[in-house]
Write a protein of this length. Structure first.
Length: 424
């Protein structure tokens, strides 16, 4: 049963799962796996796929006809839902896209910022305990919107050696994508360094288990990554009479069912509300298909009674949750104060589950307190910026003396001469 704690009498500490940390032996094992795939390529991918998935992976990407067949076999309601999600995600992400821009400096030179998409990205799509076709749209499709021309998807294989059919079907909605039935550490390393027909990418994105996250951490620097994501989290700030206890309980459980290490927190000034929410949690979780997972998750979660909404916000900022819901009288009035959260959901009619699928922003969000410094995955993840400088002679003559003085200050005479030689 989930605990009710009170800040007036209890010490509050958050049991977050650390990001990309395991015992030294596990970290060493993953480092060795990544290194072997980097050196040996496809044979090492096959070796680890046989060991961990009992599958000899296909060296070629799935044929477009295979993806189309999986799409056609998908239930019509599911096809309609995926199309709606794609439409909403595309509209939101296109609105975020930045443009290159140039401007004239005061002394006449041209300065600019060039925005370019990455050339090739790899997206990991979970497909183990719970296949996630929505992640195809929330990662790979967003890369497509950003203008990335080459998109690779890796997802764990089933007994037939192929990714889950729903993941194949979702991939069919992309214009041009290569899909491989490879999972785990071997997928991350293969995308990072290339293996066989699978080309190396510039960035690896997408959620996964702790081993996938550790592998992403290992390849970072050789390629970019979106973030280090851990188990799911939700925090809800609620007050009476605005909050509906059943809504709050349902939303807490929506994240608790993800993973035994998922965390769910309620912050409220009202003890009676916390008690009602706990009653609803007990009712809704009884005989649930994921009851065992929820029970373990809720054991390390809490319903926390605060001295007021201000303290609730303070605790939430300390937690820096992946998802934050505001079930209060005026939710938009609190948004500016909620500085640390991956995504904020306002009011009774904005459950986090909507954000997981069709709201528009990506469901790939920072976890484990990393919302303090990581951002949600978006088109920004898949673009890069280049600085542009084009000086006129007049502009150069205006700023050269300062350049030479600073070069002297740093004892770099070649720098100074590079500027001064133009005035000889």
């Amino acid at each position: 049963m989930i605990e009710i704690l009170n800040t007036a009498t209890d010490e509050i500490s958050f049991k977050q799962s650390p990001l990309a940390r395991e015992d030294a032996e596990t970290q060493r094992k993953i480092k060795n796996m990544v290194g072997k795939i980097r050196r040996e390529g496809w044979p090492a991918v096959v070796e680890y796929s046989l060991e961990y998935d009992d599958v000899d992976p296909e060296p070629s990407p799935l044929a477009p006809s295979q993806l189309e067949e999986s799409w056609e076999q998908l239930d019509s309601r599911a096809r309609k839902a995926l199309k709606k999600a794609k439409k909403r995600i595309g509209r939101y992400q296109k609105a975020l896209l930045p443009s290159s821009r140039n401007f004239t400096e005061l002394t006449g030179g041209l300065l600019g910022d060039i925005v370019r998409p990455l050339n090739r990205v790899g997206c990991y799509i979970p497909g183990g305990r719970v296949p996630m076709p929505s992640s195809v749209l929330m990662t790979a499709y967003i890369a497509e919107v950003a203008g990335v021309e080459e998109i690779i998807i890796c997802s764990p294989p089933g007994e037939d050696g192929l990714p889950h059919p729903t993941i194949q079907a979702a991939a069919h909605l992309l214009e041009d994508v290569e899909v491989y039935g490879i999972g785990g550490v071997q997928a991350i390393a293969a995308m990072a360094y290339g293996a066989g027909e699978l080309p190396g990418v510039d960035l690896v994105a997408g959620p996964g288990n702790n081993y996938v996250t550790l592998a992403k951490k290992e390849v970072y620097g050789d390629v970019d990554i979106d973030m280090l994501a851990g188990p799911s989290e939700i925090a809800i700030i609620a007050e009476q009479p605005a909050a509906n206890p059943r809504f709050v309980a349902a939303d807490l459980l929506s994240q608790a069912e993800h993973d035994p290490r998922a965390r769910a927190y309620l912050f409220t000034p009202h003890l009676t509300l916390a008690e009602k929410v706990r009653e609803e949690i007990n009712k809704l979780s009884a005989n649930h298909p994921h009851e065992d997972v929820m029970e373990k998750s809720l054991r390390d979660s809490a319903l926390i009674v605060t001295s007021g909404i201000e303290e609730a916000i303070s605790l939430s900022n300390q937690l820096a949750p992946e998802h934050l819901e505001l079930h209060v009288i005026k939710p938009m009035a609190l948004v500016d104060d909620c500085e640390n959260a991956g995504a904020i959901f306002c009011g009774d009619w904005t459950p986090e589950a909507i954000g997981d699928y069709v709201a528009g922003p990506s469901h790939t969000l920072p976890t484990g307190g990393s919302a303090r410094f990581f951002s949600p995955l978006s088109v920004y993840t898949f673009i890069r910026h280049q600085s542009l400088v084009a000086l006129t002679e007049g502009d150069y003559r205006e700023i050269a003396p300062a350049t030479e003085t600073l070069a002297e200050l740093e004892s770099l005479p070649a720098h100074k001469y590079s500027s001064a030689v133009r005035l000889e």
